[in-house]
Design a protein around this ligand. Structure first.
Ligand SMILES: Cc1ncc(COP(=O)(O)O)c(C=O)c1O
Length: 457
């Protein structure tokens, strides 16, 4: 169950990446053609990966090409692909009970998971938990809880935020216009305040967030919406889709003060930054600020669809029937989440912190010689390299894929590394080497790293 335990992970370490066809290979291309004819065109495929299987930090495609996975299914495969402890829990649970509807009936895995999540809540007060099916549903629930409890309509979110795609969450989302275009009207009385975007590595822009707090206090809460009309302030402590910008602790403290002053619920969206990704359970702990509610999903169940919101007990003033969900907290998803918690507790927080530091330092070293990289930032295994333009980021992402490295764009012009939390030094160093090669391939000269050969290893 420990980080390096599984034999398949050891095998993957030795042999990733390993490309046996040009990309896309013939089977991948055939699948892409069928997909193009039948699947909703709203999906945005980053590149031509047609996945067949996964193990640890390796993904194998339909043609037998093996990739080093620093995307983790958008920061989801927290324990790595097919971790034996998680697989065993899912298989055992599937044979026992697949579904019962925890909204209507009692179910032990649901309660056990709620107990374990409540014990991890990043605030002093006793916690209560609602399980759901996805990140966006966790946000919907948090909005409803805050509105019900405060009996206020208004919501504050932040420029660049991504909170999901259902109508309530979409109203808070502000990362790309195409995600909102054509879908209005969205929720009324939602305002987006500026988010402090710190680029401290090369360009040194940004500050402690005091200027942005001033805009929130003066322009938004002073002119646009009365503080006593605001139910919740919803913030990603580290913006995910928006570009891996971490909110300065002083800014989060300022939000806490505003919420305390006016009885506003502070919701930390930890859907991407939570479950150990930054080396602590929650990014809010890094900042030392207690939220009132956190929303969780992605890494919580190693890929099974599960989300949650965890809130202070005093907020749960709603009655039976006010909120529920048929599939939510399904026994198989709960079993996967319980197994995921076991694995993360068994050394992955520390591993994420150590490997994250190694990754960031390595990327900084590579980028130091490449002026096209404007910033390297992030906490733990949530690290981004930012470029001057979207096209540059796109080209580097494509070059990385061609070399067997899976990464994902985020923000306006950044590439994110969000590998499984069980990555080891070999994987991190290989990722850094492949990043260097990818930069060189798109025309940004880099000095070869010590020990780097043609495969980036
Ligand atoms: C911070 C954050 N909130 C909410 C969501 C929405 O989660 P889901 O896609 O599971 O609905 C995401 C997804 O990327 C996210 O990163």
């Amino acid at each position: 169950m420990s980080v390096d335990a599984s034999p398949s992970a050891a095998a993957a370490r030795a042999a990733v990446p390993h490309l046996v066809t040009p990309l896309p290979g013939p089977r991948a291309q055939a699948l892409m053609d069928r997909d193009g004819a039948v699947v909703s065109p709203s999906l945005t495929r980053a590149y031509a990966l047609a996945a067949a299987s996964g193990s640890g930090y390796t993904v194998t495609d339909l043609d037998g090409n093996r990739f080093l996975d620093c995307a983790a299914g958008i920061a989801v495969a927290s324990t790595g692909h097919a971790h034996p402890h998680v697989v065993e829990a899912i298989q055992r649970q599937a044979a026992e009970l697949i579904h019962i509807a925890a909204t209507d009936f009692y179910e032990p895995r649901y309660v056990e998971l709620a107990e374990r999540l409540a014990a991890l809540a990043p605030f002093e007060e006793t916690a209560r938990v609602f399980l759901c099916n996805s990140g966006t549903e966790a946000i919907e629930g948090a909005i409803k809880l805050a509105r019900y409890h405060t009996r206020r309509p208004g919501l504050i979110a932040f420029e660049g935020a991504f909170h999901g795609r259902t109508m309530g969450a979409l109203s808070l989302t502000n990362s790309k216009l195409k995600q909102r275009a054509g879908f209005g009207p969205l929720l009324p009385m939602v305002y987006h305040a500026p988010f402090p975007r710190l680029r401290s590595w090369r360009e040194g822009t940004g500050g402690d967030g005091s200027a942005e707090l001033e805009v929130l206090r003066r322009s938004i809460l002073g002119r646009l919406i009365a503080p006593l009309d605001v139910a919740a302030i919803v913030i990603e402590p580290i913006q995910g889709e928006g570009g891996y910008f971490a909110a300065p602790p002083a800014f989060l403290r300022g939000l806490r003060e505003i919420c305390d002053e006016y009885g506003i619920v502070l919701v930390a969206d930890e859907i991407q930054s939570g479950m150990g990704r930054t080396g602590r359970w929650w990014a809010m702990e890094q900042a030392g600020v207690e939220p009132d509610v956190i929303t969780v999903a992605k890494g919580i169940a190693s890929g099974m669809p599960l989300g949650a919101f965890i809130g202070r007990e005093s907020l749960f003033t709603w009655p039976a029937g006010a909120h529920g969900s048929t599939f939510a907290g399904n026994p198989i998803c709960c079993a996967a989440a319980l197994a995921t918690l076991d694995v993360i507790e068994d050394g992955l927080l520390d591993n994420a912190a150590r490997m994250g530091a190694r990754l960031k330092a390595g990327l900084e070293q590579v980028a130091a010689d490449c002026p096209a990289v404007r910033d390297i930032r992030g906490w733990g295994l949530m690290v981004a390299a930012e470029f001057g333009t979207h096209d540059e980021a796109n080209a580097v992402q494509a070059a990385a894929f061609e070399r067997g490295l899976l990464v994902l764009e985020c923000g306006e012009a950044a590439i994110r590394f969000c590998p499984p939390l069980m990555v080891d030094e070999a994987a991190v160093d290989t990722a850094i080497g492949l990043f260097a090669e990818s930069l060189a391939a798109v025309g940004c000269p880099v000095r070869p790293l010590p020990g780097m050969d043609e495969t980036g290893g």
